[in-house]
Every structure is written in structure tokens, then in C-alpha cells.
Design a binder for this molecule. Structure first.
Ligand SMILES: NC(=O)c1ccc[n+]([C@@H]2O[C@H](COP(=O)([O-])OP(=O)(O)OC[C@H]3O[C@@H](n4cnc5c(N)ncnc54)[C@H](OP(=O)(O)O)[C@@H]3O)[C@@H](O)[C@H]2O)c1
Length: 253
């Protein structure tokens, strides 16, 4: 008896706080996992072990998403071994928060190139393989702040707004090839960069005032973002494309 191979999901930024939860959610839903990371090899190895414990075949590779040629070669290699079914952009550069008027031009360019450029390179490398495989799902993490930008957040929200438009363009152009493209916008998630930021500042009055302002009165968990991504990658979302779903406890309201 032959078994259909498990579909392959590529998670860029799978060593991150939210990306790791996405790898585990997709593994639990029957995907094999190829994650990429930039520098955190120990964390990437842990995520691979978690996915294998869930029954998935899993691998991790260090790939700088700003290196378009290296990324393309990596994606070509992966797709040569197994048909790519789902691609998730869960990466993003480290950044600081501050008033727009005080952002140095070099810093603006660095963040735009790393985030918008990295996501573009990923989509560009993957779309031909999804087409060849008869379709698939692309999901990009953006931010709930694309709809309701908080003060001092433009370095996070501006690249994500560009990514959202990129994904909508892909949804429109590539839908006829069976490719769906959607975004998930996390709010304040206690993982990854928000956890780093809160940790630096210590959980105090600032965090408490944010928590109180949220309709659901609590911060989110990485698993809650991951569930939404896994849904969008599944056949349950087969008629959903070009959309953005905020997982934000009501922050956008
Ligand atoms: N956490 C939140 O509350 C929150 C809220 C709104 C939006 N988001 C967005 O959600 C995404 C994930 O956030 P997170 O909190 O999980 O972040 P994180 O923990 O800092 O993870 C970022 C990931 O991106 C990778 N990365 C960074 N630069 C890269 C590059 N040039 N090439 C390849 N990989 C690179 C990192 O790899 P290494 O660590 O291995 O270097 C890591 O896997 C980001 O786009 C972020 O902006 C997060």
C-alpha cells in the first residue's frame, strides 16, 4: 500500500517566538516542516525536535532572507525533494520603537529592506514551485497595527502594510493557479519580540495600561496566532484569499 506524502510547509523565521509555534501547529496538522532561521541555531534545533515528536519530518536551515540568490537556491533544493504546499513568512528584523521624525534614514532603509525585501524574496522564490505543484497557500505575518497605527510604531507597521499589499497582489494574480495568499496580524503576543521588549522594560504600569485597553483584557499567545495560520494553510480555508485576519484580542477596534 502506498501513502500520499505529507505536504511540505516552509516556515521562514521558524526559530522565532511565533514562528516556532507555527511550525508545531503545522506539524500537528500533518505537514512536514522546513524552517529557516538566521542565527539562532539552538532554538531552530529545538523546534525541529518538537516537530519530529509530533510525527513530522523536519529540518532547519540558516538562510538570510535578504540574500535573494541564496534563498532561491534553498527553495529550489527543498522543492526538488518534495512538493511545496504551504509557505509562511514569520520572520522580521529586530527594531526599536520611536517617533517617526527621529528615525535615522539608514535605519528606515535597513528595516524596510529586511522585512518587506525579505518577504518579497521568499514569495518570489516560492511562487513558481507552488504553481508547479498545482497551487498552495502563502501566509505572511504582518501586524494588527496596519489598521490602527500606534504612536512610535511606524518601523513595525510600515513594512507590514507593504507586505499586506504584496500578498493581496499575489492573491489577485496567482489565484488562477490555485495559489491563495493571506495575512495574519498579531497584536500584543507574549512571545518573540514583544516578550523581549516587555522583558527589557519589566512588566509594569506601561504593560498593564496596554492590557487594560484591550477588549479581551489579556495579551495573546503564540499558539493563538499559529492556529490562525494553520487554518489558512488548510483546506478549511480553500475559498479564502487576499484577506488579513487580526489575532489581537480586539486591539484594532
Ligand atoms: N511578537 C509580537 O507580539 C508581534 C506583534 C506584531 C507583529 N509581529 C510580527 O510577527 C513576526 C514574528 O515575530 P516574533 O515575535 O516571533 O519575532 P522573533 O522572535 O524576533 O523572530 C524573528 C524571526 O525572524 C528571523 N529573522 C530575522 N531577520 C532575518 C533575516 N534577515 N533572514 C532570515 N531570518 C531572519 C529570526 O531568526 P534568528 O532568531 O534565528 O536570527 C527569527 O526566526 C515578525 O514579522 C513580527 O514583526 C510580532
Amino acid at each position: 500500500m502506498t501513502h500520499d506524502p505529507r505536504p511540505l510547509a516552509l516556515v521562514a523565521g521558524g526559530s522565532g517566538g511565533i514562528g516556532a509555534a507555527i511550525c508545531r501547529a503545522l506539524a500537528a496538522e500533518g505537514h512536514d516542516i522546513a524552517l529557516t532561521y538566521r542565527g539562532n541555531q539552538a532554538r531552530a534545533a529545538q523546534v525541529v525536535a518538537d516537530c519530529r515528536a509530533l510525527g513530522a519530518d523536519a529540518r532547519a536551515d540558516a538562510v538570510d532572507l535578504t540574500d535573494a540568490a541564496a534563498l532561491r537556491a534553498h527553495v529550489d533544493l527543498l522543492a526538488h525533494h518534495a512538493p511545496l504546499r504551504s509557505v509562511v513568512y514569520a520572520a522580521g528584523p529586530k527594531l526599536s520603537f520611536g517617533y517617526t521624525s527621529r528615525i535615522a534614514p539608514d535605519e528606515w532603509l535597513r528595516v524596510m529592506l529586511a522585512d518587506t525585501g525579505g518577504c518579497f524574496n521568499l514569495i518570489h522564490a516560492c511562487v513558481p514551485h507552488l504553481k508547479a505543484a498545482g497551487g498552495g497557500s502563502l501566509v505572511a505575518l504582518i501586524t494588527a497595527a496596519v489598521e490602527r497605527v500606534p504612536s512610535q510604531d511606524v518601523l513595525s507597521s510600515a513594512p507590514k502594510a507593504a507586505i499586506e499589499q504584496l500578498m493581496r497582489g499575489i492573491a489577485k494574480e496567482e489565484g488562477r493557479f490555485g495559489i491563495r495568499a493571506n495575512c495574519v496580524g498579531p497584536g500584543f503576543i507574549l512571545a518573540g519580540m514583544t516578550e523581549d521588549m516587555f522583558g527589557r522594560e519589566g512588566l509594569g504600569d506601561f504593560q498593564e495600561s496596554i492590557r487594560r485597553s484591550l477588549p479581551l483584557k489579556r495579551f495573546g499567545r503564540a499558539e493563538e496566532v499559529a492556529d490562525c495560520v494553520a487554518f489558512l494553510c488548510s483546506d478549511r480555508a480553500a475559498y479564502i484569499t487576499g484577506q488579513s485576519i487580526a489575532v489581537d484580542g480586539g486591539l484594532q477596534l
